[in-house]
Design a protein around this ligand. Sequence first.
Ligand SMILES: [Zn+2]
Length: 219
Amino acid sequence: MKFSLPLVTSAVLIVAGITAYSFAFDPPKDSEPKTEPATTSTKSSKANTLSKSKKMSDEPIYNKLTPQEQRVLLYKDTDRPGNGGYTKNKADGIYICKRCNAPLYNSTHKFLSDCGWPSFDDEIENAVQRKLETDGSGRIEIICKNCSGHLGHIFEGERYTSKNIRHCVNSSSMTFIAKGKDVPKVIKRESVSDKAAEAGDKPSESAPKANSPIKSGGK
Ligand SMILES: [Zn+2]
């Protein structure tokens, strides 16, 4: 069999041409439009902003605090022990919460314990809330019942006074108002959850205070 040269050449050229064509027009594999989740991050940051502003509007505007007062009242830090602050104060008057102005202690509750912090053996009724520390120490933390600011700790059985109880309170948590001076208005916390708690869980008048077992027999 015999092929003429021009015929072979044209066949080769045709094959080459088809190959080149298919390479040139093969659509790229990744040309499909990509759907990017571009809106996800925007949405979540907007939600964060909303929840943040909602939370802030629930909280009343409390008194401005110094960095040390913030450390103590908000982050449970402790003042350095010593005779500074109100430790040795014996003046007549009332001790109120530095953050929300809620009356906490009368000067008649105060005694000198030499422990290095202001000490009280009683409290203004319904002012102070007790909480068991979660650090395993067994200590009882005391906080302002209105704003939940940290006050200090409570110790029983030390026999300092006949009431046998010591509220060991940081000076940074309190403001002393001397007798005869105006007591500032309490900045009430009234969030939705507090209102619900007040409505649904009112302790009866005759029931003994659940958080002060010593008081009932000590008076
Ligand atoms: Zn308070």
